[in-house]
Design a protein around this ligand. Structure first.
Ligand code: AMP
Ligand code: ZN
Length: 112
């Protein structure tokens, strides 16, 4: 499958790794929108948040555990945002589920 994040998960395309285990990979976003901008992806291909179901949701729960762990270890657990853009209208440019973990600045709400 011609999927950028599957290739990053497989190590075929380099990334700045922040955390890795059997289920997920976290790496720095190539175009950071905040002082901390990490992407967390499941290693299995899930196209978007719209494809989360009973069979694959354990990986998503795990990703949120990992996000909390990264925030604690990097010292920004007091303020961060997790975002997953789903579909073209929401600005999803890579069709492999990913969670943006962002911190280090003020975030407006509602998000534009
Ligand atoms: P989205 O637009 O929500 O689908 O998010 C995709 C994100 O992937 C964007 O923030 C991009 O900057 C980021 N991105 C694209 N290619 C790479 C790459 N090779 N390494 C790291 N981040 C990337
Ligand atoms: Zn993929």
């Amino acid at each position: 499958m011609d999927c950028l994040f599957c290739k990053i998960a497989a190590g075929e395309i380099p990334s700045t790794k922040v955390y890795e285990d059997d289920i997920c990979l976290a790496f720095n976003d190539i175009e950071p929108q905040a002082p901390v901008h990490i992407l967390i992806i499941p290693k299995v291909h899930i196209a978007s948040a719209a494809e989360i179901n009973e069979q694959n949701s354990a990986a998503v729960a795990h990703i949120f555990e990992v996000a909390a762990k990264i925030a604690a270890e990097k010292g920004f657990a007091d303020g961060f945002r997790i975002v997953s853009n789903c579909g073209d209208s929401a600005g999803q440019s890579v069709k492999h589920l990913h969670f943006h973990l962002m911190s280090g600045r003020e975030f407006g709400w509602p998000a534009g």
